[in-house]
Design a protein around this ligand. Sequence first.
Ligand SMILES: *Cc1c(COP(=O)(O)O)cnc(C)c1O
Length: 431
Amino acid sequence: MSQNDVLFVRAQKSIPGGVNSPVRAFRQVGGTPRFVTKAKGPYFWDADNKRYIDLIMSWGPMIVGHANPEVVEAVQKAAETSFSYGAPTEGEIELAERICALMPSVEQVRMVSSGTEATMSALRLARGYTGRDLIIKFEGCYHGHADSLLVKAGSGLLTFADSTQNAPSSGGVPQDLVKHTLVLPYNDVDAIEEVFKKQGDQIAAVIIEPIAGNMNLIQPSKEFLGAIRNLTSKHGSVLIYDEVMTGFRVALGGAQSLQGIVPDLTCLGKVMGGGMPMAAFGGKKEIMSKLAPLGNVYQAGTLSGNPVAVAAGLKTLEIISREGFYECLTGQTEKLMKGLKQSADKANIPFAVDSVGGMFGFYFANTVPSSYAAVTKTDIEAFKRFFHLMLDEGVYLAPSAYEAGFTSIAHDNAVLDAIIAAADKSFQKLK
Ligand SMILES: *Cc1c(COP(=O)(O)O)cnc(C)c1O
């Protein structure tokens, strides 16, 4: 029995399913989750001391590599002066100023401790600001696990759900609450035009992953994004860009900088905390000023703007702001995808790839899908086998075909060559 097996048996006694977040369990692919003992740069080691090249990077945050010495030093320095005060600090102002500078649509920002809190708070704010109840989300998008967003949601919910039409994706979510959430297909311009024509004056907000990364990687069309921005502006609805995953991951200014769209509110997380529990939501000052203590929309957090997390976030944002960071990250990620595609071609296996900045998707299909429905038609069985073959070769992919993958600046040429060599072997065995 491996140490991972021993730990997994032990974990399941005191932790439901043995994991503290469902996507960590290998439920879609089968087998034993790897228990991590340490990580450095692009690698982590499991309880059997086996080394893996990490292509999840904590689901996105570790963009400057695991245990980056500069970030470690910043965190150590912050930790020496206590972990939390429950009172404001200058570091929070610096982080807020930096976010506002990097994302011009964000005029003011409020810090929270998780992406879930960011989206939940942004929705409450949008409802408070507009005085309306209805929200629109898109099928396969994941926005954290707040009740009203657990409808046809992506990520772990896709991995586990029996997607029943119009029902909550999770138990414990009242139908009464979910009726305020309208779910439309991603990339469907007609569907959103139709809804706005009928109920435009009742819609508080449209929330979207501007590049979807929780149903594998799905890019929006220009027409789709343009229609959403026009319709929300015309009807006085708040456009919420959920950039918890894409913010500082696909580009320094997030997906919005690549798309030329100015959202009303933006949710951030993952990279902005450099691996610490840290997230934020921000946007137009006119809307943000409705938040307590200025306005009547309540929102709070004991650990919000935590000084150790702020130190990690600030240092991470400093590193990614350096000249050439995203050119390098984007080039390396594209090179990796090209290599995987060539390996699959050699084995005659239908395979498609896509990437934006340091985020990628691959699909056992002939073409890159553009909706949740299309992702479900890719060859999930082939993915499962590929996942385990790569794992044996020491490459750790997301344990689900409904997740994007992530690189870091530490994934250099030698690391990419090792991944591609592993893929060569794996695809040959797969065919
Ligand atoms: C990860 C994620 C969230 C939730 O963030 P947590 O920190 O896990 O609560 C929300 N939205 C998107 C797009 C995400 O990828």
